[in-house]
Design a protein around this ligand. Sequence first.
Ligand code: N01
Length: 508
Amino acid sequence: MSTEAQKATRRARVGIIGTGFAGLGMAIRLRQTGVDDFILMEKGDRIGGTWRDNDYPGCACDVPSNLYSYSFAPNPEWTTTFAHQPEILDYTNRVVAEYDLLRSTHLNTFVQDARWDADAQRWQVETSQGPYEFDVLVSATGPLSAPSIPNIPGLADFEGPVFHSAEWDHSVDLKGKRVAVIGTGASAIQFVPEIQKEVSELKLFQRTPPWLLPRPEYATSKLRRSLFRRFPILQKLGREYLYWGHEAYVIGFTRFSGVMKLPQLLAQRHLRSQIKDPALREKVTPNFTIGCKRILLSSNYYPALAQPNVEVIASGVSAIGKGSVTSSSGEEREVDAIVLGTGFHVTDIPIAEHVRGAAGTTLAEEWKGSMQAYRGATVSGFPNFFFVLGPNTGLGHSSMIFMVEASVQYVIDALQQMDQHGIAQVDVRPERYRRWNQGIQRRMPDTIWVKGGCASWYLDANGRNTTLWPDFTFRYRALTKRFDLESYTTLPRREAAEPATEPTPATA
Ligand code: N01
């Protein structure tokens, strides 16, 4: 692309940041409702978001695939009940092709700065590919897009390979190597059983043991697939069954924590049946109520830990040497490579540093360490800016795609109402914004995430849970079905605000 072309401002009615399930879901619904004037901006060189980035060995979904897929794009062909990453990415690519989204996608386009231009009533967006202008800006960057690299003294000086699970370095052959794994979250419990089979020694640094339930994964039969293909209603019914089964967790998570005794008993039984060594059993037994951190599903993690080439060091990490890792309890282990299963920047999402509202301040400055958004979607003082999967829309129990679809519906209805009423600008009223977030936070002390006795990435630096939705997901869907215009201040299009530049068609 020539420098001149890079400088030309590209315009569209809607700009979408990110092409994971959230961004693609937004784009598809726009297309379905007749809005073709949008551009998807993707920082990577391929679409796919977190399921593109996370391709570590064993990467798979821990929500059943029949639920973890778009409601409008059921996939009768899932080969297993819990699809693995390549199959999920294939599904995404098929949906992208079906809705012809590549022609609206600008790859390698990193959003550096987005600011609300009050005179033009538009978002001016600077990217690594030049400037853009949008009437409405949708952030769909998701909570799991920025790997968290721990600030451990000596990490930069380690002489062997070091990589994060979300940036797996497939050029490194771990076969026969002594490997340290730091972290025991949802990602680590999936890749540990895979790499355990090939490494000579695996030193697992476990700061907090997670609760695990068995993973009911099995290959789907040809008969089932053909029935789903021929009678879509059967797949729909299966999806409903899964949905309500998962929704039952909300009762224990947010209302009656005593209910969690049952899954905790099942998890204890799972642990006892898979780990016979009492010392190891003790090391990996959590000391908090199940559900306080994400409940993990695995039937091969504990057996991997029980193998002779694995040592669980039940401690955080205090230092890293040129060829060793030292635990906070002072145990030093010599290793050839380090894999970080240390999670993501979830409560300090990077996009918050790049988006500036009407007052010129960034989202991060507005939030002061605690993210918040009205109905998980809008922030006061940031007109025409929407989140898909914004603050407090995360789940610990069910499919995030359900929340994506609910969030997207809110934006779609906003656009339709803006058209209908000749509105150019909407900004959530400060008191609605404040009251909504106070309401969310008032519910938190009763939840398992606060009462359960654990520290987790659900809580931010101020100790607030700004990540999870503290209610049934159907309640969220009901709240986002209609854009509540009365909660917003609105402005019509100002004459002087007509664009100086001609609209530029999107190109892939
Ligand atoms: O990350 P995590 P993840 N020193 O944050 C430890 C989703 N997901 O990548 O518990 C030592 O859960 C940390 O210890 P502690 C899912 O939503 C979904 O595994 O904080 N240890 C923890 O053990 C999931 O929840 C699927 O004490 C350090 C681990 O690193 C989310 O992604 C699959 C440390 C981080 O665990 C994140 O999972 C996989 C330090 N300095 C992931 N810093 C699905 O199937 C952190 N840790 C849908």
